[in-house]
Design a protein. Sequence first.
Length: 285
Amino acid sequence: MKIERVGVLGCGLMGAGIAEVCARAGYATVVREVSDSLLEKGMGRIQGSLDKAVEKGKLPAEERDAARARLSGTVELGDLADCDLVIEAIVENLEEKQRTLTNVDGVVREGALLASNTSSLTITRIAMATSRPERFVGMHFFSPVPVMKLVEVVRTLLTSEEAFGTATEFVRSLGKEPVACRDNSGFIVNRLLVPYLLDAIRAHEEGAGSIEDIDKGMQLGTGHPMGPFTLLDFVGLDTTLYIADIMFDEYREKRFAPPPLLRQMVQAGRLGRKSGRGFYDYGGR
């Protein structure tokens, strides 16, 4: 199957990044948001990212302009009707994803491929809300999308060989590196990363070391680009808690259970960089 026109559901941080890399790779790309204000904000995010790439010398100005010309925004699901592939990148909520993709399924043509960028939910549960589970895959990008090279491509028991192969080649065409994953909550990366982050919190709770020393230890001792607490603040403590709860429900293993300190910090509004304060203080409350 040949992909020529791509639809992206959601123009938040992840959706905007996905739309940008698709347009930069030469695909006609339409991104859909639920309101004009959110769409305007998302399109501005894409333009700002493209401009920054030009300023840093990573993207010629003419390629930025060409990518922008391939990109359009809409609030109407009907504008996705001609897409060969639609990638869902909305809020990490099963019911919302199912409802949105049921509606998209009724709009796009019969042979189109559908994908979800979920980081923690199983693809099967989302795909079964559509009439085409055999043409549904997981396509999990990493933030920031224009920079991060990895994409997890997830197949379910029902995904056809053609759909999986098409999705994998599409990821390569974006200049990304695909890895094949089974349909388990967290796939490969979060299945390993989330317990590591939760265990760092437990280690601090149990007095193994200060936040700063645990971060320094993992940076200088294992070569990680940032320590676990810096990463937690970057990802968002609320996001980490939400993913951990989903994964604990799936596996029922202690390593996926959120530590009390994480839940308390989210309840207190200390969410990380986004709120100005998490494990570190960024000038917030």
